[in-house]
Ligand binder design. Sequence first.
Ligand SMILES: *Cc1c(COP(=O)(O)O)cnc(C)c1O
Length: 345
Amino acid sequence: MDIPPHAWLTIDRAALAANWQRFAAAAGPAACGAAIKADGYGLGARATLDTLVPLGLREVFVAHWAEVAALLPLPEGVRVAVLHGVGPADMAAALALPAVPVLVTAAQVAAWAPTGRPCDVMVDTGLNRLGLSPEAAVSGLLDGLAIDTLHSHLTCSEDAASLHNARQRAAFADLAARIPARRYALANSAGIGLGADYHFDLVRPGIGLYGGGRAPDGGRLAAVAGIAARILQLRDIPAGASVGYGATWTAARPSRLAVVALGYADGYARSLSNTGAAIVGGVRCPVAGRVSMDLTAFDVTDAPPLAEGDTLAIDFDLAATAAASGRSEYELLTGLGSRYSRVSR
Ligand SMILES: *Cc1c(COP(=O)(O)O)cnc(C)c1O
């Protein structure tokens, strides 16, 4: 049965390609990979691969082994690294799937070494999230391990002035001089913009590919995700009428509302209540009242004429929506949910 969609998530593949090419160019001689964990930050890991592999992408990063399984068959020549490494419960999957673990604990190293297979290793230089401590990494634990890439991950890369950056870079350079590996990798999207000193042999951009954060030169990246939803009802309300749960918005004048099929279950954050907007013919139409699970009302009083059944384009500029919602750009993308009809263009 052909059931018409009520909300659309548009993925602009040309924008994704252009963003990756900016990071790849900024990385210079270092290889440019792509973090495609969490289904390509919610926008589609497969679509990301299919868009970027023809441009030269060869190195991708996921968090979980199940994310590798979901990507099969892999395009020819693509290497997948699993950032969470391989715990005891993952060993069978790790031995069966065409990906390498990024080993993050001493126990993982001990369990993987007897396989004789290649791996990556994560060292922690200050984030205190995953990875071997520098002391453990140089203790002899890694001797004899076939390390493809030694990684570390930056704590404050979005803040170019942070002292953590140079400190972590120096700690990583010191480890790189002492731990043999084919390659060394430190930078995420924002880390690439910190300069060539941070690039080593391979960079791991994520959010920037999907339009979040800043380009390596500080400029704006191309927007990749767009959302739109169907107008289920138009209603005209008098001045003084309130809208939505909790009656948090009251019409200051006779107003026209468009009630659309989009809500927090679609990742349209509840904190966009009275702060988000739709855009109709260039006119900003603010959210009126609370975002509910499946529905949101927009004040379209000043918009060009609309009809029930029309599609409303939602303002999903990542920086503005992050500011309006108090959510990070990462949360906005990865929270988009499964009810959209996904359209690639
Ligand atoms: C998610 C992740 C990245 C990508 O980070 P962005 O800030 O999205 O560019 C890079 N490296 C590691 C280890 C990650 O977990």
